[in-house]
Design a protein around this ligand. Sequence first.
Ligand code: NAD
Ligand code: MG
Length: 287
Amino acid sequence: MANQQFPPQQQDPPGLTEPMEPRPDHGEESYVGHDRLAGCSALITGGDSGIGRAVALAFAREGADVAFTYLPEEQTDAEATTELITSTGRRAVPIVADLRDRTTCDHAVGVAVERLGKLDILVNNAGYQQARSGEGIEAVDDERLDRVIKTNLYALFWVTRAAVPELKRHRGCVINNSSIQAYEPSTTLVDYAATKAAINNATVNLAAELGPHGIRVNAVAPGPIWTPLQPATQAPEKVESFGANTPLGRAGQPAEVAPAFVFLASPKDASYVSGTVLGVTGGKPVF
Ligand code: NAD
Ligand code: MG
């Protein structure tokens, strides 16, 4: 098949790393830290796999202790990420949490702060899409709409709201995971794309509100990245050619996205960077 990149494969959501062919690259063999986040404490939602796992590993190799949330179905991925973090000598705090519930969001932030002793970096990374059910608005049933908007937007507001008092104490930062879908929406992802555009809007607004407290708020907008989300939510024929329509002609790996998060998290390198969205898209425009 033309443009084939990946063997056809499907999983049930939320998807796991182990069955993926090929296995994603989270930077295990390649990421070299330079103490950019020495002494920092981070919470990453959905840090068990994909981009979140690569960010967790990079943050730990940069000297940060890392708490991360994951879903109950993702226990094996959470264990693998915990092992990656602790192998750097940093502390890992895995927190099982379905963030579609406000009290669970409050609890997750509370556990992270208590176990890490403080929080200076919040990464709102957890996300969900469902492209398999068909094209367009008529494929968006209420269950799907609820899951997409609760995971991508409600959780971001709830987790951020719970973390802000602690972030104010440490003049910390927030990094949201947006998407190329905010700029170039697919008809199969009408609900998901709308949440990502809203995340960009909230990023700018929160940067304005929290800047006077010394808190920087930014987002990363990834293009097509090879993570469990794809085989778990896209049709098999989409998986096969995933990423081939980018100027660079391929999907990216989680390891290629993590350095953007490290840059935005770094209190030194990004000290004057706030309210921006950094594209990591393989060449697709983010304006
Ligand atoms: P992934 O499946 O590895 O990570 C997503 C994580 O979200 C899961 O591991 C899961 O723990 C978490 N999650 C989902 N529903 C949740 C819920 N209800 N409560 C708590 N956590 C929940 O896939 P990924 O691609 O690394 O996704 C990470 C982020 O990157 C998402 O926000 C996604 O929208 C964004 N993104 C991904 C791509 C891509 O092509 N993979 C492109 C642009 C943006
Ligand atoms: Mg996962």
